[in-house]
Design a protein around this ligand. Structure first.
Ligand code: IPM
Ligand code: MG
Length: 353
């Protein structure tokens, strides 16, 4: 039997709280289904800078070799704003993603019927909204050459957006395969009216499309896509895009569902999967038992599904979360009054498992 070893990286800010909730849920699922998971823990981000002087320290790098999946909280915070750019907490996360080769970042966005009123969109736009953003995660401007210098007496800086055909084709193929399992609609989001890199994405995606005649493919410029997301979100099924556009559009998408505290993510690729809520470390609300842990809990569901093929267990978690919302339980991000805390909503999820 496969050794189910999960490396847990709680990180900074609200990271430890949401990961603790997620682990309580995992433990309950394990007990109920007679499964066992071995947990290992290490540091990433700001806390790793404090302990080891490096946001992605050697000890964490080594522990990856023995893990079958990684569960992560969040990184960053104002304490580390002054550290040199190459050693910021965020660089630890990027180095982790790169080391794992997790090029496909899945960010599903769906509407919970209990939360229709939390969406800034009118209910009539929310029927049948269910799409996934597939964000390229280990290339592009996040990893391109960058520099800051003085030229002609002016402070100058640049960041390079570069992709090669292999980086594009592997994620495009993944997106087509995903579309085949869903509503068979794929939208490539780019800025091909301006950027050469986007033109290459279009070219390669069009080549791969030949092998997927059942998939209805269209292309949107990113500015238009940002608009269509709030104008007619139900038009989307699979959105394929580069690293930076995917980062921006997924925050926008989260609002359609009512809160960024609801969106989980899975990052898949060459080796083991990485699972994290899409939200950040939210230092302003950290340690107060008010953060919404549902995105982290749903990230555990994705972990069970994608790393261990435990589909039934994944669905049990998703059903329990849905039920908690149906039963009216809300964290502070979802209600003006009558909300409950991080631990309390976690216990409600556990009760329903
Ligand atoms: C995300 C985050 C990260 C990103 C940050 C923390 C580097 O915003 O996962 O969306 O930009 O990828
Ligand atoms: Mg982001």
């Amino acid at each position: 039997m496969q050794n189910k070893k999960i490396l847990v990286l709680k990180g900074d800010g609200v990271g430890p709280e949401v990961v603790d909730s997620a682990l309580m849920v995992l433990e309950t699922v394990a007990e109920r289904s007679g499964l066992s998971f071995e947990l290992d823990f290490s540091e990433i981000g700001g806390i790793a800078i404090d302990k080891f002087g490096n946001p992605f320290p050697e000890v964490t790098r080594n522990k990856l070799k023995h893990a079958s999946a990684v569960l992560l909280g969040a990184v960053g915070g104002p304490e580390w704003d002054q550290v040199e750019p190459a050693l910021r907490p965020e660089q630890g996360l990027l180095a982790l993603r790169k080391t794992l080769g997790v090029f496909a970042n899945l960010r599903p966005c769906k509407i919970y019927s209990a939360l229709i009123d939390n969406s800034p969109l009118k209910p009539k736009y929310l029927d049948n909204v269910d799409f996934v953003i597939i964000r390229e995660l280990v290339g592009g401007i996040y990893f391109g050459k960058r520099d800051t210098f003085v030229q002609d007496g002016l402070r100058t800086a640049y960041d390079e957006e570069r992709y090669n055909e292999l980086e594009i084709s592997r994620i495009a193929t993944y997106a087509f395969e995903t579309a085949m399992q869903r509503k068979r609609k794929l939208t490539l989001v780019d800025k091909a009216n301006v950027l050469d890199s986007s033109k290459l994405w279009r070219e390669i995606v069009a080549e791969i499309a030949v092998d997927y005649p059942e998939v209805d493919l269209d292309y949107l410029y990113v500015d238009n896509a940002a608009m269509q997301l709030i104008r007619e979100p139900k038009r989307f099924d699979v959105i394929l895009t580069n690293n930076i556009f995917g980062d921006i559009l997924s925050d926008e998408a989260s609002q359609i569902s009512g809160s960024i505290g609801l969106l989980p993510s899975a990052s898949l690729g060459e080796t083991i999967g990485l699972y994290e809520p899409i939200h950040g470390s939210a230092p302003d609300i950290a340690g107060k038992n008010i953060v919404n842990p549902l995105a982290a809990i749903l990230s555990v569901a994705m972990l069970l599904r994608y790393s261990f093929s435990l589909i039934k267990e994944a669905e049990q978690i998703e059903t329990a979360v849905n039920q908690v919302l149906q039963d009216g339980f809300r964290t502070q991000d979802l209600a003006l009054e009558g909300f409950i805390g991080t631990e309390e909503i976690t216990l409600e999820v556990i009760k329903r498992l």
